[in-house]
Ligand binder design. Structure first.
Ligand code: ADP
Ligand code: MG
Length: 722
């Protein structure tokens, strides 16, 4: 029979005199932490009492159910309780001792074994003498005639029946080198006791009430030592909310600061309307509703009197370029200049060509500035930007490195911003090119991440494709079916269509990747598509070589283009209808989606073939996701949930804040709620002057400092905390 132990909510019974302890105090002030303990904790990045209390459990074990030795199963992990008898230490061989203790619950005995812990004998002797009861927790083995537990956790049964590690929902901390779980529970409990009554609450009471949140002190106590599942859930919700809330208050402040900070040329609505009419007249197609909506968002920003900070998100092929053109026209009609930055030379050239085609007839002068420009040409372009003769300058990041001066720049556009890395998004503005900022991306970032990564940008989404697009059919084939795939492609080549073949990704070396591409191109030219022209494009080629290859493919004189991921971005050849991707499982889903977006741009049916034999289940699920949907947002969500937020962009450049307890995926609803609360508060009280905001301000300064580092790495301005 299990022991009849009453279940209570608190095992703490401290009668030590109260000392006033704050969260910011060094961790040594906590009872039970000596100098050595502090060194160990420092290795876990725990320096203050607050750090210790925010070292949250990674999981909790329900140890409220007791089992008896008579009916506990082999391999079961269980709590048992009883008195101890018969302590002995045996030397098994040199260097190996075993301490053996017998636990007697009312039925069968249970043998407890500890290896190489001779000191346990000393701990048990007095317990045996006084017939004290203990509680043990561990995995039971039934290999011999009496059940055993090896190295179990144990503690003396407390008077209340509830110990720090027994008869409760028990915290289990993330792997902690140099300190045991039991010791951690002890010092966390002591820290909680010490700070009682002195924990400032960063969430103002009014918001706590309206969002149904428990207070900070209760939440901290319950996240470590919850009285039950419900209390644990309430504590977690409160702490997750707090993390998001603090970050979003900073985001709201940042947004306010960046929109009011810069003095710039406010554009006027009348010339904007004129510009839009001219563009609609010039373009060979009607704008989609989504494009119109985005253009109106931008017009509203440009004429509002404050600085535009807008993210234009639209899947590959949704027509972001036309929106950019409209924005540029609005700026130029107002007598200002615009700059557009693209991630690759090919793309910059393509944009410049497009703008020349549609904007020059409207009297707009378009210039291209890339790193490979001859010096004289480059000088001419710089002079034109400075004099104001150039209305639009399109370039790669050479544009911001070259020290280009504009006469009157009012609009900076960053295209395919994900290729620059999140951190460079304000680089244009930082180079003294203070202007309205429009950032465009085809990476369909899940909304959750948008709110954390780009929380200070306004968002326009192109959620509608231009009409008349034929859907792209995606197939996933085993690599040994490669030649059948080529034969299918040949049938489309025969109809005059064109084919991309993307070779395997070699992340470590661009050279190797280029060599792969060369070998594949040679094989295809000499053995497979012998009757067709096969071109080659990779990152190691010279800009003019690349340009010539692209021109040949665009003109249709090259039929098959073998390429590396340099074609991932923006390339627009509507006659290309087949995309074959080698070793597709090596690519990120977002990348595959981008590559697939190179086809399906014309009116003919298009195909994407993924060649790959991924080993694991995740790899299979990822390729299957590509086959199942062409919706970039669904793919992004899938990628995010399969690989986690850190991997989504690649950890280093993600710039994503690291949350201690919040999970941007799972806690999406709380994020949206906390964001609403934060933006509402900053709107109402931008300086956070209300007395109830004092603890909030303190907390903000603390995380503001930490965030400043992240922002600096991203090349962005820090937030000024009130
Ligand atoms: P992305 O959003 O990927 O940058 P693009 O701006 O390159 O997309 O547009 C993709 C293709 O769609 C281009 O060939 C462009 O001319 C065409 N396009 C853009 N908007 C429309 C529209 N409203 N109707 C028809 N075709 C459009
Ligand atoms: Mg584009």
């Amino acid at each position: 029979m299990p022991d009849p132990i009453t279940y209570g909510s608190s095992g703490k019974s401290s009668s030590a005199p109260r000392k006033y302890v704050r969260l910011t105090d060094p961790v040594e002030v906590v009872h039970g932490i000596g100098a050595r303990g502090a060194v160990t904790l420092a290795r876990l990045n725990i320096h203050t009492v607050g750090d210790l209390l925010r070292h949250y459990p990674s999981r909790w074990e329900d140890r409220t159910q007791f089992r008896s030795a008579a009916d506990v199963q082999h391999a079961e992990t269980a709590s048992l309780s009883g008195t101890v008898s018969a302590v002995s230490v045996k030397k098994i061989r040199p260097g190996l001792t075993v301490t053996e203790v017998t636990l007697n619950d009312s039925g069968e005995p249970l043998r407890l074994l500890w290896f190489n812990q001779p000191f346990t004998e000393r701990q048990f002797k007095p317990l045996v003498a006084a017939k004290r009861r203990i509680v043990v927790y561990g995995q039971v083995k039934r290999n011999s005639w009496v059940p055993e537990m090896v190295n179990p956790e144990w503690e003396e049964l407390a008077e209340t029946g509830v110990g720090l590690s027994s008869n409760r929902i028990c915290p289990v901390y993330p792997a902690t080198e140099g300190i045991t779980q039991q010791k951690l529970r002890k010092i966390v409990s002591a820290a909680l006791e010490a700070v009682k009554g002195s924990i400032p609450d960063a969430i103002p009471e009014e918001l706590r009430t309206s969002h149904g949140l428990i207070d900070a002190e209760d939440a901290l106590a319950a996240i470590h030592f919850p009285a039950g599942e419900e209390q644990l859930a309430a504590a977690r919700r409160r702490l997750v909310f707090e993390e998001f809330f603090l970050y979003q208050v900073l985001t709201a402040l940042r947004k306010r600061q960046s929109s009011t900070r810069r003095v710039l040329s406010t554009l006027h609505a009348a010339p904007c309307n004129e510009a839009l009419k001219r563009l609609q007249g010039a373009l060979p197609y009607a704008l989609t509703r989504a494009q119109k909506r985005a253009i109106l968002d931008i017009q509203r920003d440009l004429t509002s009197g404050s600085c535009m900070n807008r993210l234009l998100q639209g899947d590959v092929g949704s027509g972001k370029t036309a929106v950019a053109m409209a924005a540029i026209l609005m700026a130029v009609q107002n007598g200002c200049q615009a700059a557009l930055m693209a991630p690759t030379e090919i793309l910059a050239q393509q944009h410049a060509a497009l703008f020349k085609r549609w904007l020059e007839p409207l009297g707009i002068c378009v210039e291209l500035s890339t790193g490979s420009l001859p010096t004289s040409e480059r000088r001419r372009v710089l002079a034109a930007a400075e004099s104001g003769d150039a209305h639009v300058v399109v370039g790669t990041h050479a544009l911001i490195q070259s020290g280009v001066q504009f006469k009157k720049l009012s609009l900076a556009i960053v295209d395919e911003q994900h290729r620059f890395g999140v951190m460079q998004r304000h680089a244009l503005a930082q180079k003294g090119l203070s202007a309205h900022l429009l950032v465009m991306t085809a990476t369909p970032i899940p909304r959750t991440l948008t709110l954390t990564l780009y929380g200070d940008l306004d968002l326009s989404v192109l959620d509608e494709m231009p009409p008349g697009r034929r859907p792209i059919t995606t197939h996933w084939k085993q690599p040994d079916k490669r030649h059948q795939v080529y034969e299918s492609a040949r049938r489309l080549l025969a109809k005059g269509q064109q084919v991309y073949v993307v070779c395997a990704l070699v992340e470590e070396s661009e050279k190797l990747q280029a060599a792969n591409a060369e070998a594949l191109a040679e094989e295809l030219a000499n053995q497979v598509f012998t009757e067709y022209e096969v071109g080659l494009l990779h990152g190691q080629m010279k800009p003019d070589q690349k340009e010539a290859v692209m021109a040949g493919f665009a003109a249709g004189t090259t039929h098959v283009l073998v390429a590396t991921t340099v074609i991932e971005v923006g390339i627009d050849v509507p006659n290309a209808t087949v995309m074959i991707i080698e070793d597709a499982d090596r690519f990120g889903l977002a990348q595959l989606h981008q590559l697939r977006g190179r086809v399906g741009r014309g009116s003919a049916a298009s195909y994407c073939v993924l060649l790959g034999a991924p080993a694991g289940e995740t790899g299979k699920a990822r390729l299957q996701a590509m086959v199942n949907t062409i919706d970039g947002f669904v793919i992004a969500e899938e990628d995010l949930s399969l690989r986690g937020p850190g991997e989504f962009f690649g950890t280093r450049q993600s710039g994503a804040p690291e949350f201690a307890i919040a999970n941007v995926l799972r806690d999406n609803n709380i994020l949206v709620e906390a964001r609403g609360a934060a933006f509402g508060l900053v709107e109402k009280d931008p300086q956070l002057n209300d007395a109830s905001c004092a603890p909030l301000k303190m907390a903000l300064r603390d995380i503001g400092d930490r965030m400043a580092t992240v922002l600096r790495e991203r090349g962005e301005d820090a937030v000024q905390c009130p």
